[in-house]
Ligand binder design. Sequence first.
Ligand code: GLC
Length: 436
Amino acid sequence: MSKSKKYGGGEMNSREERVKWFMEDRFGLFIHWGLYSIPARQEWLRSIERLSIEEYQPFFEEFNPTHYNPREWAKMAKAAGQKYAVLTAKHHDGFCLFDSQLTEYKATNTPAGRDLIKEYVEAFRAEGLKVGLYYSIIDWYHPDYPKYGDRHHPMRENKEYKGEEINFANYIEYFHGQVKELLTNYGKIDILWFDFSYDEMTGEKWEASKLVEMIRSMQPEILIDNRLGGNIMSAEPEIYAGDFFSPEQIIPPGGIVNANHQPIPWEACITLNDHWGYHSKDLNYKSPKQVIRTLVECVSKGGNLLLNVGPNVKGIIPPQSLVILQEVGKWMEQNGESIYGCTAADLPKPEWGRYTQKGKFLYAHVFDRGIGPIYFAGLKDRIKKARLLSDGSELKVEVPWMAEQYSDIENGAFITLTGAELPDEKDTVIELELID
Ligand code: GLC
């Protein structure tokens, strides 16, 4: 292999080193965008509707994102408080948003005529965000990918493909070659987000060890998710088991620990409505409050949130998504310190909400106002000072008359909030500076 340029300097030999920025940044933007944005019935369209390549071809011939302006996307993400992004370079349909020399099935050959990934990485870096690429291991366009009898392929029940002779090694060479292109031609890539392994299509079926060795030799600092296969939670994970676990459409009930009960990095990916790719009929959007509380829940369990938008074919992010991200950004503007660099606190979950912690600063995320003072079990005589994080105003740590008989139940502390309602009903954050 030609001596490829390394990005990120010297050898980066431990996951702990690699994930430092990731555990600090906590909040990222996922972007699902491609040919499927035209039929606007989600990214699994070809598989669900058993569409042949020919039936899907009109979308290739039409694809022209006239309003694509990744700098605007980056500004939106930055204003929302997101610190990194992951854009689909190739999804399961095999269409490449980047100018790959290994296929004709790419954006530069559509009316778009441009390398959408090149523009994305440049724009997001210009706004100070880290850049990730989603790359589908599954490929419903490549002739040497299994079809008949596969679990997901659009032609899985088409008898024309029964007994078809394919050369899977060709597909693996193509797959690895495209990953090499992405790590050679687009500068420093911060995350490679593979998707996804299934049944026997996992691990060394993809020649995953060889792939990860190549990736790590080219970009030692890059983070890789866990979807190449293997078991990131084992005591001795495979080389390709990844740097972070990737729960989808769920926040894990507890944190994520490996077989040695050591916490491992994880990132939950969540849609804003019910679909990853643009779906014109799906108006089932989450509220800003749900998104904020989901982000807090992730961090309170030591994890990240990757929040998805699905732009339409023009390159326009749905207005519903924009409004939610703007509202989340306003909250992050005032309360981001309780997210960035924070992790789980060594305290039980309180009745009124959740805790996040960063060193001696404990952040109480109060979701439910309740009646009377807010109760902090186990924190009696441990709080040096308390501030409303949004405006820095002082909050008094004291036992009001109505609480006197309860203050020793669980060695607790009390803070009185004056209003009947919370200052911010989405999440009111109290910064507690703990006594060393
Ligand atoms: C699932 C879906 C895929 C989506 C991914 C995001 O794997 O199949 O369409 O990109 O989730 O995590």
